[in-house]
Every structure is written in structure tokens, then in C-alpha cells.
Design a protein around this ligand. Sequence first.
Ligand code: ADP
Ligand code: ZN
Ligand code: ZN
Length: 726
Amino acid sequence: MPILRLAIATPLRRLFDYLPPAGLDAAAVTALQPGCRVLAPFGARQVCGVLIEVAEDSDVPADKLRPALEILDTAPLVSTPMLTLCQWAAEYYRHPAGEVLAAAFPRGLRRGKSSAADTEPVWQLSERGRGLPEGALQKAPRQAELLAALQDRGAARWQQLVAAGHSAATRRSLLQKGLIEETRRPLEPGAAHWHAGPPLSPEQAAALDGINSDKFATFLLHGVTGSGKTEVYLKLVERALAAGRQALLLVPEIGLTPQLAERLARRFDAEIAALHSGLADGAREAAWEAARSGRAHIVIGTRSAVFASLARPGLIVVDEEHDASFKQQDGFRYSARDLAVKRGQLENVPVVLGSATPSLETLHNAGAGRYRHLRLTKRIGDSQLPGVDILDIRKLPLRGGLSEGLLQAVAGELDAGNQALLFLNRRGFAPTLQCHDCGFIANCQHCDARLTLHRAAGELRCHHCEWRMPLPDRCPSCHSPALNTRGVGTEQAEAVLRSRFPDHRIHRVDRDSMQKRGAMESLMNTVNSGEPCILLGTQMLTKGHHFPGVTLVGLLDTDAALFSADFRGPERMGQLITQVAGRAGRANRPGRVILQTHYPDHPLLRTLLEQGYDDYAERLLEERKALQLPPYGQLLMLRAEAASLDSAEQFLARLRQAAEPGSAQLIGPLPSPMQRRGGRFRAQLLGLARHRSALQRLAVQLVSAAEAAPQGKRLRWSLDIDPLES
Ligand code: ADP
Ligand code: ZN
Ligand code: ZN
């Protein structure tokens, strides 16, 4: 009897067997293809699973097997290589296959909604719309604009407007007024066109030549900021499209990196689908379908786009591959960069990892010959990479975290008509509020963390959970009014800059100031208009932006990274400083970088600034090797969160006892770096192994012990393979 084996999104790490739906004959059952969705009963619910295989028989006794209810798709929604990728990821990350597959679908389809892949809506003028007198829609300018587009230029222009953000509501109003009509037509990939970019520099040309494969191979495109990596991506996309294939580009955060999307749109007259978390369900589904059906020529997306099926994959690019946002930090904890490489192998297409500051993992893989290492060492044109000047701020007075030397340098640039970029990776006004009379410090009630003062909002906020409270005017402990702040955040630095430079615009760029959609884009437009100004911001400023008018970059405080407890701290610091510094002196103005520090002689800082990121990374790799840390050793983390630290630790101790690590090593249970977070106590076990296979065995043991442990039901636990935080 044929059995349908389904992946269902539950926490259980197994597949589920069903009988075929009633009424489906044997031939139809054997013809079913993996990757179709199947509606099935699950307990008292109905769920939508994905068919993994049609099996011969089941371990489940025949009288316990229930029939599935309905086959939802006539053709697989997930391509075979993607199905394999999901199963591989489920194994590798020890995560339930059903949940992994759920990541591969937009929400509606995950719940069984029918797939509209085969048709798309088209709109045309109705008879009434054609006969509409001039100026009839004066009161509804957006509707008038849409209608005019349809009248003048036909459907193509109209689709462009819709894609550019004309809302469905406008469209609906026109439909309701009977001015337009909607029909559906089958989807077909249109032809893509593009115009030639600039002639490549010799280094770019050599890199492009080096990536001369249409089969699987992984390339590290390692080029300093402004060396023309993006231009190489565009050429590779061209190549894929010319061969009739699709290109997938993964970026850290689309909102923060609109420039790649923009450059694609300018270069290519083609269907570009964007997939990111900011999309409404409908838009996400449409983009996903465009990718899957093959209608989209280019797919650009954030980490979850690594799971978007492509009808004709031809290229995968991971831009800023070192960026931590490619790692999902909760639920299904995967690395989109690593999965992109695996996907390239399964789909047999080239994978290009690009960065000015590659991760140590990727450098190691390149060094070992697994990836081809291509370098772009020079910036395009005459633009020079700036040198970094260390500004020793020991004993110097600071205002808002700024030394007089840095303020004067900023003033000099503004006077010369230039722009300055200041980097401070801490938002809010101050990270600590303290009572001067009794020493009280405002802490979060739910986390082992201090509350950050947000002065404009008049609040204290926890940056680790959602907790916030109004700013007190007296000490909650001794009622003294002598409340002082300690430390500096962007809000405070902004206030100081405003009083010092009242005639210039100061743009603050952090999560608080950039909440509105499109805020970054409009900021970029203002800044790139070239007027002298100051950009002040957090990490948000480091992500791939070009600020051609910026000639001075100042780093206010990166010292904390020198003493990070996390072994990845120095790697991140090197990437951050190099990336921020790279924002200066693009175009043809020379740039300069000033780094304020209390530790001008710190050896790590010296290596980075005197020898550059590549040598610095080399040195970090030697240290990792000596300590057998990743990428030389393999790491996993099993974390437990419970109502008390004791129960979290007891649970982990039990897992530790149950495991036979063999050649792997288990460390812990230990309290997590932030022991209490969001009201729960956290502890962890670390597993370290020389070889992947030993780590995998350990992961299997730990997971089955955790699933078997009676406490496992009462507390939360999670496994992180290749964790980025430890
Ligand atoms: P990266 O991605 O390495 O930071 P980009 O591709 O953005 O570098 O290139 C930096 C700047 O140089 C951009 O303004 C880009 O348009 C320009 N550029 C890139 N390649 C060339 C080229 N071959 N000729 C002229 N300009 C180029
Ligand atoms: Zn007090
Ligand atoms: Zn908190």
C-alpha cells in the first residue's frame, strides 16, 4: 500500500505517514511528485504538509494510519533540489524538517492557500474608462495618475507604477468605479534587456574571468570598499540572463542597502523580484511566485530568500557575506550564507561570496582551496583608501563622546564644503542612569542589563526586551534628584553636535530615527545632494552605502570590542572599523579617518590599522587555530531558558550526562553571558569538536536527550549549530 510521507511544521523531528486521500487511484498516487502540498488531519487540526516521498510501507501500524484529505498542488511547489536542501538543512541544524520547509514558503501558501503561479492579473481600460472626460478624477490624483498611465502607455507602464508602490487601494477604487477591468493571463517570462556598464578595470576583468563557470563552484570576491565588486555582480547577472537563467542575490538588509536594488533596476530592463521581511503577505507571495515560476529574471532578497525556489537558477551571489544578519538567531537557526553554498552545489550553479572584510570561515575555506579567492585591491578611478589616524583620548575632555580634536576636524571639513560621518554604535542618549547620592543604577526588571536613557522619548528602555518605563525625576531608591547619566549614545552626541554646528544639518541614523519605511532612501538622497552635513549613526551606516561627499570618518568609541568576552569580538571589530573607514573618500576626494581610543597601543588595533584587515584576519586565524576554535574546530551551543537558573542548569547537566561526546568536548552547563533576559534564566552547553562528524553525533545525542527529558517540556531549549554568539 503506498504511503504519503509528509513534512509537517511541528516541533517533532520526524516525518509523518498518511494513506492517500480517498478516491485517488493507485496510478495517481504513484505519479504524485515530492514537493506538492498535502492537506492532512493532525490531531484535531487540519494541517498543510509537504510530500517528501511516496513510500512502500510504514512503521506505523495500518490501523493507526489516517488518510490525507487532499492533494493541493498538481505540480511541486518546491523544486527537487530545494527539497533536498531543506532536508539537508534539517539534518545539519537538527531542526524539524517541517519547520525548515515552512521557511521555504510564504505564509499563505504554508497554510494551504492555492498557488496563483500560473496566472497574473492584467488591467485594461473599461469602456467607461476610455470615455472618461479630461480632468474627471481631479479630486483623486493618484487614481488619475494610474489611469493616465494606462491610457498613454498601456499596461507595461502601469505595472511599473504599481510596482513602484501605487497601492492596491488606488487600483481597487478604479475597479469599483468601473473605469478599469481585471483579467488574468498566463505567466510567461519576458525577455530581459540591459545596457552595457562601464568598461571593467583590469582587476574586475580578471575577477570576472576567474568566475568563468556556469557549474557549481564557490568564489570569494574579496575587494576593498569601492573596488567595484557590485559591478562584477552585475556582469555575472548579465551572463546568467544571457544564458536564459535566473540570478539570486542575497543581501544583509534590503532597507539598508537599497543601492544594489537600484543599480539592478537601472542596468536591467527585466523582472526583478524582491523578497524581504518588510513585505506584506501578498507582495511577498507575488515575489516568491515570480521567482518560482521563472518569470522574475533577478531575485534579490534577505536571508530567507535562500529558500526561494527558482525555475532556472543560474547564479547565487551573497553580498557582504561576513554580515551577521545572514544568520538567523532564533527558531530555525541557519546561516543563509552557508546554505547558499550548499544550494549552489545542489543546483549546480556558481556561488559568489563578496566582501571587503570576509569572515574568517570564508577566508579559511578559500585558503584551503575549497573556494576560489579573487581579489580587487584597488578602488575604482583615482579614489584612495583613507589612512586611519589614532586619536589618543586619554585625559582629554569629551563632550557627547567627542574630543575637541575630532570636533575641529569636523569643522574643517564642513568649512571646506565636505561631509563628515561619525560612528557610534550605541543608540539612545546614555546607556546608564545612576544616582549620584546613593549609587543606584537603573536596571531592567527582566534582564541582567542596564536601561538606556532615551531623552527625547522621556523613557528608560531595555534594549534586550521590550520593557520600558517613564524617565524618573528622582532616584527610585533614595528619592534624591541627583540622577546622572553615564556613557554616551547617538542622541547625546547629536545634541552636542547641534549646539556646536547650528548652521549645518545633522542626520542621525539609528534604529530609533530610521523607523519609517523609506527613511534611509530619503536620507541618502538628501546626503547625496552634496550639501555639507554631518552623518551620525550606528552600524546602520556601515552597510554598503556610498557617501561620495564624505571626506572624514570619525569613530567615537570602539574600545569595548577590544575586551569582548566573545571570541568573535576582534573579528567583528576589524570588520566594523574597516567597513566604516571605507565609507570615506569615495569619488575623487581624498578621505581621512580618525579613531578615538583609550588604547592607542593595543596590539590588535595596531595590526588592523597598520597592516590592514587581511593581515589582521590572518593573525586572528592563527589564534583560532591555536585554540581550536572555529573555523578550525566545530562548535554547537545548546541553550536552555527556564524560570530559574537552577532548573536550566539541571536540565543541561542531565543532557551532559546522557551524551557520550567521544572525541568532542562538552563545556558547561554555564550561565549564558546575559543570565537573565526577558524574565527567563539562561544557561548553556557548548560542544566543540575537531571534526564535523563528531559534532553531528554529539548534536544527535543532545537533541534526543533533550526530547526525552521530562523537564524538556517545561522549559525552552534550542540548539544552535555554528553559533555566532557564544
Ligand atoms: P563595491 O561594490 O566594491 O563597493 P562598486 O561596484 O559599488 O564597488 O563601485 C564603486 C563605484 O565605482 C561605484 O560608483 C561604481 O558605479 C563605480 N564603478 C565600478 N566599476 C567601475 C568601472 N569599471 N568603471 C567606472 N566606474 C566603476
Ligand atoms: Zn539614590
Ligand atoms: Zn529587559
